[in-house]
Design a protein around this ligand. Structure first.
Ligand SMILES: [Zn+2]
Length: 635
């Protein structure tokens, strides 16, 4: 990249004056997109110069897809196999250009139907490519090992596809007869699908969503005493109200209403889990857990290790619950008291220019090379970033990429400390993508869910350390430390509790036990009691919380949030303690993309998820942070 050298010179002491050349802007969620200086809006031209160019590319792609068919039945020939895989992966990448472009356009123009239609067309194009390639997967699986070894030896051009082929063939014994495969495909089995599992919701997931949408939620009173409509969208806001009557009303109204639909919701959840178990059994797996983790070559022992290690550390969570109770001056602590801040928020203004100075400083332990790429991506002139909120822009933040162009980072920056932390998080994702794309060929450059939240949370962890170390204000320090506790509570403790619940319900199904609303309620309450401890008061409907969580329909997905944050913390610790060798090991994992199984890549970074160590490292951070907060609050 041409600009990199320039940045190398500009990075460092001159970063502040460099930033000063950028136009100043005050974020305004109601502004028109055009009112935001162009430099703070991302540059989509590396994808397509215009919507018209998108359409042309789509038409061309759909014509080209048809040419894949000429390879059908001929993949036993090494040269033909290589040519076919080159074409397929190129078409797949072209389709991803379309889906990414339509998706990022949609996120800044939510109510534009024409752009929404582009999104549909782009997904249909991707689906066409994947469908057209069905014969490739079939023929690759049918190749005798000797034929494949010969092909590898003869065709150096096959090397970039080796991880893909090997991963496909790894599970070859799970494949059924042609008739069996056809029947499972008709039933919607996605255990084998190449597309992301969660892009194909089951009928049960659709039914749960539809039911939640149909429910008429009650009205509650807000802090001003006005009647307001409770919705799933505003639930978390009311749940974290400093006014105890408001948060209690929100939680009790939501869970109480779910109770009225408990049998239907239990039926959708049980149905989903039975489906997971059926697909797993159809392919000869002992459990649904083994089947769904095998997609990423992860053993159930990793999952069990997480649940066991976090479970053994729940006394730390009990201590935090007690601390909350004390800090909030409550006689009893309930589910609705878990989301309010226990220290006052910090009214600190962090304009983007300041975040752009602080984040690279905080991430300096990751070394010069990381710093160079970070500075390049954080300079809005390079077009990675869509920074500020505006009318019709979706809320939240994400980073997205397709092989080739720079990553795209989407935020709704409004000058808060949290926004800076979000920015550091999203640049973790963006740099992971960028480094993998620079080091790997396109089939090996993406990364799987298990690794997805490591780079992001490692950045957050380093930023948090930096801010705590540089804060002179005890109130600010307490705020930052409590944020860290909350992040570990909600991402490691709570998601592991979900992971355990999910495993328990699958096991009930596997044992042939009828999964009723009463049983689900009982299992969930048992977990609440164990996780939050003897000082926590469980209310009548708390056991209904399972009913609205969408992730239970995602087939063993949530555990990766917990292992992701634990690994991110463990890596940040290693980088701090060991410096350069730990940095190089970590960068090796980021650059690895999906060229090796995820657990192996992670091991290369010094984190072994088959052992308790990384989870224990996060637990130690939690314990240390608790000590500090207890001390600060005692003052
Ligand atoms: Zn993330």
């Amino acid at each position: 990249m041409k600009t990199r050298l320039l940045l190398l010179l500009a990075f460092g002491a001159t970063a502040v004056s460099f930033a000063a050349e950028l136009p100043s802007y005050t974020p305004d969620a109601n502004a028109a997109r055009a009112a935001i200086p162009a430099v703070y809006r991302w540059d989509l031209s590396p994808l397509f110069a215009s919507d018209q160019a998108f359409e042309q590319a789509r038409t061309k792609l759909l014509t080209e897809v048809a040419t894949l068919a000429k390879y059908e039945g001929k993949l036993a020939d090494p040269a033909t196999l290589t040519a076919c895989l080159e074409l397929y992966f190129r078409l797949h990448r072209d389709a991803n250009f379309l889906t990414l472009y339509a998706n990022v356009r949609q996120n800044t123009a939510q109510s534009d139907d024409a752009i929404a239609a582009m999104g549909q067309r782009s997904l249909a194009a991707l689906d066409t490519v994947v469908q057209a390639a069905a014969f490739i997967r079939r023929e690759l699986l049918a190749l005798p090992p000797t034929a494949l070894a010969t092909a590898y030896a003869q065709q150096p051009g096959l090397a970039p596809y080796r991880a893909y082929i090997d991963n496909l063939r790894r599970r070859a014994s799970r494949l059924l007869s042609a008739d069996g495969e056809r029947a499972l495909a008709l039933l919607g089995d996605n255990l084998w699908a190449e597309i992301d599992l969660n892009e194909l919701p089951s009928g049960y997931e659709d039914a749960q969503k539809a039911l939640l949408a149909d429910i008429s939620w009650p009205k509650i009173r807000n802090a001003e005493g006005q009647e307001v409509q409770l919705t799933l969208a505003n639930y978390s806001r009311f749940r974290s109200s400093p006014n105890s009557a408001v948060r209690r009303a929100a939680v009790q109204a939501l869970l109480g209403t779910l109770r009225q639909y408990q049998h239907a919701l239990a039926a959708t959840l049980a149905g989903q889990m039975k489906l997971d178990v059926s697909y797993a059994r159809a392919r000869g797996y002992d459990t649904a857990l083994a089947a769904y983790l095998d997609k990423d070559e992860v053993s159930p022992a990793v999952y069990d290790n997480l649940v066991r290690t976090v479970g053994a550390n729940t006394p730390l969570l009990h201590r935090y619950v007690e601390l909350r109770k004390k800090a909030l001056g409550l006689a009893e602590i309930h589910l609705y008291d878990l989301y309010i801040p226990i220290v006052a928020g910090v009214e600190k203004d962090v304009p983007f220019a300041e975040a752009r100075r602080i984040i690279p400083e905080a991430l300096k332990p990751l070394g010069a090379e990381y710093g160079r790429v970070l500075a390049e991506g954080l300079d809005p002139r390079h077009g990675w970033l869509d920074l500020y909120p505006h009318k019709d822009k979706r809320s939240g933040a994400f980073s997205s990429s397709v092989y080739g162009p720079h990553p795209f980072v989407f935020t709704n920056y409004q000058n808060s400390l949290d926004d800076m932390s979000t920015l550091a998080h999203e640049y973790g994702h963006a740099l992971h993508s960028h480094l993998a794309m620079k080091a790997q060929s396109s089939p090996n450059a993406h990364y799987v869910t298990l690794l997805a939240e490591i780079a992001s949370t490692c950045n957050e962890s380093l930023l948090s350390d930096y801010l705590v170390a540089h804060s002179k204000d005890p109130a600010e320090k307490a705020y930052l430390l409590v944020e860290r506790l909350e992040s570990i509570r909600t991402t490691i403790f709570r998601q592991t509790m979900f992971a355990e619940f999910e495993r328990t319900v699958h096991q009930l199904v596997e044992a042939g036990t009828p999964v009723t609303a009463t049983l689900l309620d009982e299992k969930y309450r048992e977990l609440l009691r164990r996780y939050y401890g003897p000082g926590f008061t469980i209310d009548a409907d708390d056991g209904m919380e399972w009913a609205y969580i969408p992730h239970f329909y995602y087939k063993y997905y949530v555990y990766a949030y917990a292992t992701g944050l634990a690994s991110g913390i463990a890596i940040a610790d290693r980088v701090r303690e060991q410096g350069e060798p730990a940095v190089q090991a970590y960068l090796g994992m980021l650059r690895g993309g999906c060229s090796k199984p995820p657990l192996e890549l992670l091991k290369g970074a010094g984190v072994d998820l088959t052992t308790p160590e990384p989870i224990e490292a996060a637990m130690k951070t939690f314990a240390r942070t608790l000590d500090e907060v207890e001390k600060l609050l005692a003052k």
